[in-house]
Design a protein around this ligand. Structure first.
Ligand SMILES: [Fe+2]
Length: 212
């Protein structure tokens, strides 16, 4: 049986050393949003920097990986469902895809665990640059409350992802500009002062999960 320390360790977001998550600064091209949009030469973004922006990451080996339940228990992710985004599977596909790619924030964390396929989560850093995070099968990502972000499929046009939430889900996107919103102010106050930044790698120091 797992000890409390084991459980705590399993629920810790992955460290730089164990992650092979790929993220990069995007180019300024207006080409198809599904393309990688890497700069030339590539400007990689480390998991460490993503953590400074409040983005957490775990590698989870499928739905049956005990790590999934440990993370859910530790972070209170009581709700789950599965969403498939593809032209065939998602009703109102064109409209949904457009709204996913509008820059927005939420009043809660956005938590996705990729079961099949792949897609890009783009997050803004504090210099207004877009960082593209390549999420593939087995990647679990948490975007903090109040971070400006957007989502797109890549050119494979398919992702099946588990959505997790604390309590009853609120999926409403609040489109930018919304700088005066409480969630945005809270995000900026928590993560902008990166000099005095406290690693959000442990559950105890992670930003409190928002009530709604
Ligand atoms: Fe979102």
């Amino acid at each position: 049986m797992a000890t409390t320390e084991d459980v705590g360790r399993l629920a810790e977001p992955d460290s730089v050393a164990t992650s092979n998550l790929d993220a990069w600064y995007m180019d300024d091209s207006q080409e198809d949003q599904r393309l990688p949009h890497r700069r030339s030469p590539n400007e990689a973004v480390s998991l460490d920097y993503l953590k400074k922006l409040g983005v957490l990451y775990w590698r989870v080996d499928g739905e049956d990986d005990p790590k999934l339940q440990v993370i859910r228990d530790a972070r209170g992710y009581s709700y789950k469902d599965v969403i498939t985004v593809s032209p065939e599977k998602l009703p109102n596909y064109e409209q949904k895809i457009k709204s996913f790619f509008e820059e927005h924030l939420h009043t809660d964390e956005e938590i996705r665990f990729v079961l099949e396929g792949s897609g890009y989560f783009d997050v803004r850093d504090f210099d207004e640059r877009w960082i593209r995070i390549d999420c593939r099968q087995g990647d679990m990502i948490v975007l903090p409350e109040g971070i400006y972000h957007r989502f797109t499929l890549d050119s494979n046009n398919y992702i099946k992802a588990m959505r997790l939430f604390v309590g009853e889900p609120v999926w409403t996107p609040l489109n930018r500009p919304i700088d005066d919103h409480t969630s945005r102010k809270k995000y900026v106050a928590t993560f902008k002062a990166s000099e005095s930044f406290e690693t959000p790698g442990s559950i105890s120091s992670a930003s409190p999960i928002a009530a709604h």
